[in-house]
Design a protein around this ligand. Sequence first.
Ligand code: CP
Length: 323
Amino acid sequence: MKNLIDIKRLKKEEITAIINRAAEFKAASQDPARGEINYTSGISDFARLGERLYRANSCSNKTACLMFFENSTRTKCSFAIAAQKLGMNIIDFNVQTSSLSKGETLKDTLDNLYYMGVNTVILRHSEDDMTERMSKEVKFPMAFINAGDGKSAHPTQALLDYMTMLEKLGTVEGKKIVIAGDVSHSRVAKSNLALLSKMGANVHFFAPEYFTPKNKEEFNVIWEDDYNTAITDADVVMLLRIQTERLSGAETEKAKHYSEKYCLTTERLEKYAPNAILMHPGPVNRDIEVSSELLDSPKGKTILEQARNGVYVRMAVLENAAG
Ligand code: CP
């Protein structure tokens, strides 16, 4: 059983191995005749095309449990699709209707799930480091995958972002990657910084004062003071969602004016970083972080490609954990 708690703990070779495996899964899902993903062919075609790959590391007798204490579309659905493609059983644990509401602890819940046959737990939680805590408290051999916890880490997001950058740029080494927006509440920014620095990228952060972490000096990153200067000649501009659910009252008031200064428009991107790849982990706050015009343009499609790569990266992560 192999946990995935935080990118910081992965070696470069381990990251590369996950990405290579994800690329194999993605290649197996391509329709060779058309050279692109055949969305209409469904799982059976996918399984047929990738049969040889899947047989190598079967997960088919394994059961994964999605435990999402915070809302999600991309992470939860792509983990579910990834598990299905690997032939795993998947349980969508409903936090609200579970016996957690009767006072059962999460640790006791997990112990019971293990005895029912769950081998892999995919956990999203509002508290920092909850995945690690549970991985230590539960003494049974279950694999724990962090699907985003608190403000601390979102490792599979960083992996799928890295895969997307590799597809577009070939390498991130020496590339200027700008991550801009609500840095202080973002687990995505932290996991991306950890991964991209490890892989040799030049990572820059920009955040307005009210979204700048108090401990900014502790981040091994280039802090930018001005948004336009930050994105100038960037290879990648990654925007962050304003985490409205985590803002204080004062931050909420200030964030109301965010779009006036920092909404990325087509004009702005063309002026300062015409060759940049536009990325966003999603969900996007339209016309707040990025204009609808830019989001709906060909540049905005990379954001959907990130979501697609999430399936393959999560297949690789699940196989590693449970296979
Ligand atoms: N990027 C991301 O984690 O999206 P979801 O919250 O929809 O899973």
